[in-house]
Design a binder for this molecule. Structure first.
Ligand SMILES: [Zn+2]
Length: 322
């Protein structure tokens, strides 16, 4: 599924069929509903191609163009605001800003010229169904961005992959996600089967399964760290010791240059973070487990080991983050 986004859009709606899309000067923001986004393709060439295009193709292109239109309109707004502020404070950088503004305005005009034939084709065919999702918790699917159940600040994601689809079919699929103002017959007692909702539910189920696996492992006395399972607490503690040994080792290396120093510092931080994360996993298996106590004990043991090997470890040695 491909879904397109519109950011801070201030789009002049085109008046179609009594103004279904008229007056939709709403601020809109960028949201991704997931799924592989179609690349911003080259425009369809020529009018014959356009008249043969499906609503999905046209709206997918339009969504991309609207996104660009919104982006340039937003930049123009910021540039004008900067110029106004400069005028008030008498700062002398307006020449550069004016040039940038002229460039943005020219680009915006070019984008709007690209949009025009798509809008014209929509009008020529007498319009088609379009669907917009409100991207908030409990957001609904609407048939236009001017649904009166929404406010001018409502954030929509256009779903051009459903453009031109039989409205009843999409509403049936949307179930409880469908707006009852836009679609009075929406089956609001059915779960939403919109693809991104289905994916959300599957992800939630997977997270729950992972939590359950962790809980079961804890009951069996195992320690789960990411996708790794330590069969015993002792095994996990040994891994904490190994990570701390690596961290101490890196911290005692004399760097040859600044890049090397930075790399060593990153290694130390990573190893310490791993050690702590494993210790935290042990604490999930062993209630009341002393995480800091384990880390301190392992650090003391490893420092003693390095000293025994003849390494010069300062008396006040410590590891950051431990
Ligand atoms: Zn609605």
């Amino acid at each position: 599924m491909s879904t397109h986004q519109v950011r801070e859009k201030d789009i002049q709606g085109t008046s179609v069929n009594g103004g279904r899309f008229a007056a939709s000067r709403h601020a809109e923001s960028s949201i991704t509903l997931g799924g592989p986004a179609r690349p911003a393709s080259a425009h369809m060439g020529g009018m014959e191609k356009l008249t043969a295009s499906t609503p999905v193709d046209i709206d997918t292109e339009l969504a991309e163009l609207y996104y660009r239109q919104a982006k340039h309109a937003s930049r123009i707004g910021s540039l004008r605001a900067s110029m106004d502020r400069d005028a008030v404070w008498g700062r002398g950088r307006s020449a550069g800003l004016a040039e940038a503004l002229a460039n943005e305005e020219a680009t915006l005009r070019a984008v709007e010229e690209e949009i025009a034939p798509f809008d014209a084709e929509f009008r020529r065919r007498g319009g088609w169904s379009r669907f917009f999702m409100v991207m908030a918790n409990d957001g609904h699917l609407h048939k236009s961005r001017s649904c009166h159940s929404c406010t001018p600040k409502t954030v929509y994601a256009w779903m051009p992959e459903f453009s031109g689809e039989d409205e009843a079919g999409v509403v049936e699929m949307a179930g409880k996600d469908a707006c009852t103002f836009c679609f009075p017959t929406a089956p609001v007692h059915q779960p939403s089967m919109l693809p991104f909702r289905v994916a959300e539910r599957e992800e939630a189920q997977q997270r729950a399964a992972e939590r359950e696996a962790k809980r079961a492992a804890a009951l069996a006395g195992q320690v789960v760290v990411g996708d790794k399972v330590f069969k015993t607490v002792r095994g996990a503690e040994n891994e904490v010791g190994w990570q701390i040994e690596c961290a101490v080792g890196s911290s005692l290396v004399e760097p040859v240059n600044e890049d090397h120093r930075a790399q060593l510092a990153r290694n130390v931080a990573q190893d310490v973070a791993k050690a702590r994360s494993i210790a935290e996993s042990i604490a999930q298996t062993v209630p009341g487990y002393d995480i800091d106590g384990l880390l301190a004990k392992k650090l003391a043991a490893k420092v003693k080991m390095y000293r025994k090997y003849g390494r010069d470890v300062p008396a006040d040695y410590s590891l950051e983050g431990l």
